[in-house]
Design a protein around this ligand. Structure first.
Ligand code: MSP
Length: 504
């Protein structure tokens, strides 16, 4: 059976999440649902990053223990994902005993192989990013990831011999550019390899909120080393290799562009050291606030709970995944959210359905005739469906969600043009056979579009399919074949599935 293993980053538990984090998770959920509805054996992992100096400092400032702060925010993360219909299979916490034990085993394994050794550590540290850099990596003396201040640290540490693996990686990445997506991110990383050719410290001695090194309990594991291992510990490595081999290599690590270096050069070298095959990483762009970066530190954030409350869950999911073009940064705007919702989900999806069911009630008392005779116009529309469906599938497989969603909406635009040309409002009761064939063609098109939109707006898809009395378990393949809508049910128009939104 085909499988699909997808992950999100583990979010730091020092504070609440904003619309940027929400985007990464919803985007991953949409991709996961797309594969799941094709009958694929999917596994969707998300979770929380709980160790390290940044969390320790945030907890101390709030007068709490790091564990208490983590517990509180994990609860909040889970509530948010539940509200937004994020259907993950596992939520991993880096403080889970299972993860901690497995990280300990991996550290020991690398130490035994001679890939972890002790030495003196000197680097520029960026506490908010939990990152360490050498002189060359700094950009105008600042952290290359967030542009913030860095400070100098030196202590006795353990090092991971990353430099040993980078030449091999360089070759592999040149041969297989598809490992890092989209293309511009692959290019970015290829340009960074030469400045990364040095070993990386993987332990800390000056604080103890972390996983103790099995070979030196005076030191704790560097938080990025601990957290990045979650993608393999969550599925059993190194204890349960049967489960692990079922899903590894993962199919996709979805991340934001800010943590690309860690998820490629750093992560890939660890995998090389463990003799594990490399997975694909997809780095998306950023949602910006007017004129700047959205960040917890600057206080410029948009609260996902607030937005969901104002505009609804599916409108938020829809806007997030259709509104950020591949690889690019875009400004978040409620005005655009409302406009997109009204133009596409209300004017096109909801109105087409309501209008058609109204005609069905009016001319055929809500019941289609059993026999459907297709004419030329219907055959042409079916051919268009095949074409848009292919476009949708191919865009989805390339993670081009705005394009995939665009293909569905464009198809519905064609359906509306077909309604105008075929004119069931003219054939009406005079030619019931013809009217029924036209309405069937439209309702079948709506069934297909509801299924295509299901990964993005699952509740709405469910509502549409309920109105069409179409039963489906959302996890089996074959529902995107034309002609599966039954004609033996009484369909009622009821209330429209969406009303127009106003910006609040
Ligand atoms: N804990 C690390 C990740 C460890 S993974 C082993 C971390 N956490 S984070 O809480 O800071 O979340 C970072 C991720 O949130 C980014 O990589 C990105 O996916 C997402 N985003 C944060 N701000 C964002 C925007 N403004 N826009 C889009 N996504 C953004 O880094």
């Amino acid at each position: 059976m085909e499988k699909f293993y997808i992950t999100t980053p583990l979010y730091y538990v020092n504070s609440k999440l904003h619309i940027g984090h929400t985007y990464t998770t919803v985007f991953s959920d949409v991709l996961n649902r797309f594969h799941k509805m094709r009958g694929v054996d999917t596994f969707f992992l998300t979770g929380s990053d709980e160790h390290g100096q940044k969390i320790f400092e945030a907890a101390t400032a709030a007068g709490k223990s790091p564990q208490a702060l983590a517990d509180e925010n994990v609860q909040y993360f889970k509530e948010l994902w539940k509200l937004l219909n994020v259907d993950y299979d596992k939520f991993i916490r880096t403080t889970d005993a299972e993860h901690e034990n497995r990280v300990g085993m991996i550290l020991q394994k690398l130490y035994d192989k001679g890939y972890i050794y002790s030495g003196k550590y000197e680097a520029y540290q960026c506490v908010p990013c939990e990152s360490f850099w050498n002189e060359k990596q700094l950009e105008e003396g600042k952290c290359p990831s967030c542009g913030g201040e860095v400070n100098w640290v030196d202590e006795e540490n353990y090092f991971f011999s990353m430099s040993k693996f980078l030449p091999v990686l360089q070759k592999k990445l040149a041969e297989d550019p598809g490992l890092i997506k989209p293309r511009l991110r692959h290019k970015e990383i290829m340009g960074k390899i030469k400045d990364s050719m040095e070993d990386k410290s993987v332990s800390r001695a000056h604080f103890d909120w972390g996983i103790k090194l099995p070979f030196d309990p005076e030191q704790v594991c560097y938080v990025w080393f601990d957290a990045i291992l979650n993608y393999i510990t969550a599925i059993g490595y190194p204890e349960n290799m049967e489960e692990f081999n079922r899903f590894w290599p993962s199919d996709l690590h979805v991340i934001g562009k800010d943590i690309l270096w860690f998820h490629t050069l750093f992560w890939y070298s660890i995998l090389e050291a463990l003799d594990l095959p490399l997975p694909t990483v997809y780095a998306h762009g950023f949602w910006l606030m007017k004129g700047g970066k959205m960040s917890k530190r600057s206080g410029m954030v948009i609260d996902p709970f607030e937005l969901a409350d104002k505009y609804g869950i599916d409108s938020l999911r829809y806007f997030l995944v259709s509104g950020l073009p591949e690889g690019l940064d875009t400004e978040f705007s409620e005005e655009r959210l409302v406009e997109k919702f009204n133009n596409e989900l209300v004017n096109i999806v909801s109105n087409t359905l309501h209008r058609t069911l109204t005609m069905l009630e009016k001319y055929l008392d809500g019941k289609l005739l059993d026999e459907i005779e297709y004419g030329e116009m219907e055959e042409a529309l079916k051919a268009k469906f095949t074409q848009y469906h292919e476009e949708y599938e191919s865009a989805f497989k390339q993670m081009r969600l705005p394009k995939a969603i665009g293909a569905v909406i464009d198809y519905l635009r064609e359906v509306n043009a077909y309604i105008n040309d075929a004119a069931p409002f003219r054939t009406g009761k005079n030619d019931l056979k013809r009217t029924s064939a036209i309405l069937y063609t439209v309702l079948e098109s709506l069934r297909l579009t509801a299924i295509m939109l299901y990964p993005v707006i699952p509740d709405t898809a469910d509502k549409i399919l309920n109105k069409l009395k179409y039963k489906w378990d959302f996890t089996s393949d074959g529902h995107l074949e034309w002609g599966q809508l039954k004609t033996d049910e009484l369909l009622e128009k009821g209330e429209p599935i969406f009303m127009r939104l106003k910006e609040e």
